[in-house]
Design a protein around this ligand. Structure first.
Ligand code: KMT
Ligand code: NI
Length: 178
């Protein structure tokens, strides 16, 4: 996984948008973001199972985000993934094929940090973090979505209501630089 600050230049969301500013060691960790690389090598299912057991993830599914995979929902889905949002549960993604960008908001700067995830990357976004997702120029990603319990991945788009959401306010307390 490679992480850098987003350049905020308007234009195609699928482009790199690399500002050239790397993200300092520890910044993502401080924001509560965790990531591992578990190579897709035939043994990966076991390694993912171990993470799932350790963190208490009980459910999972696999989503393929391509024009073919999503059909009529493709454009709408891509648009909603790229709206800045939060969830009331951790968002865990393990990339099986392809690649894409998860952008997360830094605190207290509110800058976008762009994380490029490729096959084998596993990422945990904490409940309450503001983020968004886009495909890159390859236009394909297949990802395993892990859930703690029942899938609870309603996206709440950022606004005055999410700023006051208890999962958001709890999240803010966990980030000491905030
Ligand atoms: C999200 O919450 O933005 C997503 O789940 C993106 C799709 S998973 C590759
Ligand atoms: Ni999300």
């Amino acid at each position: 996984m490679r992480a850098y600050y987003f350049d905020n230049v308007p234009g195609d969301q699928r482009l790199l948008h690399d500002s050239g500013r790397p993200v300092k060691e520890g910044v993502l960790h401080e924001l509560g973001v965790r990531h591992w690389h578990i190579p897709i090598d035939g043994q990966h299912e076991k390694a993912v199972d171990a993470v799932a057991v350790e963190r208490g993830y009980k459910n999972r599914d696999v989503i393929t985000i391509t024009k073919e995979g999503l059909g009529d929902l493709y454009e709408t889905k891509l648009k909603s993934f790229y709206e800045e949002h939060m969830h009331e549960d951790e968002e865990i993604r393990y990339i099986l094929e392809g690649s894409g960008f998860f952008d997360v908001r830094e605190l207290p700067t509110d800058a976008w940090i762009r994380c490029h995830l490729e096959a084998g990357d596993l990422m945990v976004l904490p409940a309450g973090i503001y983020h968004r997702f886009t495909l890159d120029e390859q236009n394909v990603i297949k990802a395993m979505r892990l859930f703690k319990d029942e899938p609870k991945w309603i996206p709440y788009n950022r606004g005055v209501e999410t700023d006051a959401n208890p999962y958001r306010t709890e999240y803010l307390k966990t980030v000491t630089v905030n």
